[in-house]
Design a protein around this ligand. Sequence first.
Ligand code: IDC
Length: 348
Amino acid sequence: MARLRIALALAATLVLPGVVVGTAQAAPTTAAALPPGSPAAVNGQLRVCGVKLCNQHGKPIQLRGMSTHGIQWYSQCVKSASLDALAHDWKADVLRISMYIQEGGYETNPRKFTDLVHGYIEEATKRGMYALVDWHQLNPGDPNHNTSRAKTFFKEIANRHKNKTNIIYDIANEPNKVSWSRVKSYAEQVIPVIRAEDSDSLVLVGTHGWSTFGHSDGKDPQEVVRNKVAAQNVMYTFHFYAAEHGSDYLNVLSKVSDQVPVFVTEFGTQKADGDQGNDFTQSQKYIDLMNAKKISWVNWNFSDDERSGAVFKPGTCAGNSFTGTGRLKPAGVWVRDRIRTADDFPTS
Ligand code: IDC
């Protein structure tokens, strides 16, 4: 009750038109900005508990949601009508904001892309979703190429949003052609910058071999398990594309998720190019495993790109019709159903 009164008093002083602004003195809450009953309001501040993700009541939960496409290409798909559909029709718990660094992304205009991300975090918050901020490094694969950029970006993002309970930081999308020790070293430079601003939010760390714990590179996934990142409240990411990544990848996910906390921040029902035919049979095996173990997942991608992995038919984002299945490709129909499945969020 006392907490509620403080939250309401703070909300009254902090709410500006459409934006919740934290101050240096503000107690860590912006809970009033989250719609009551929404996934982020019900679950609150997330914490790693053993190898699981737990909500504010200390109970293991699974979050499900969608990733944007690269926001340098498909920001037109991230607008009021599409986000309303994602939150209320798809009933997503999490929006992954995919900000590429290269390929016309952050490095070309840090101010513009940082501001875009700030805006999307507010939009996710208004709709009661977790905002997963994805530092989408990809090529070059060594995240150390972008360390100073990452520090600048995450310092500002964490400073602005530290009082929110619905922010998740992913510091490296898919390290590749790089050793685990180099990724770990990068993580141990960037995480303290985030922690200096925001001491308690969840941080996700990509793994080598395009976030497969090295498996795509023929490395032993136990390397990560034996040599964990020196930080608290951290999860490791695993990615798969079901039409290409069969039972060996599934077995890796199954094994490592019993050993360290794992978050599937990206997967597709196609091949790794995000295109061609869907393998819904293999995809369902992953879904079943992730449900059974309460592994949170995010699907690629919430756009109208022509590839099969983009959920909307080309041209959809020019309009304002995003609800239902009429505008969806087969992968979209399939994954919407799996996101809409009732959540199991303990409330005490
Ligand atoms: C793809 C995009 C495509 C882009 C390419 C290279 O769909 O438009 O040209 O990246 O940037 C990943 C990556 C993700 C990929 C996706 C599908 O995280 O950036 O998107 N994928 O190929 N890992 C495995 C697959």
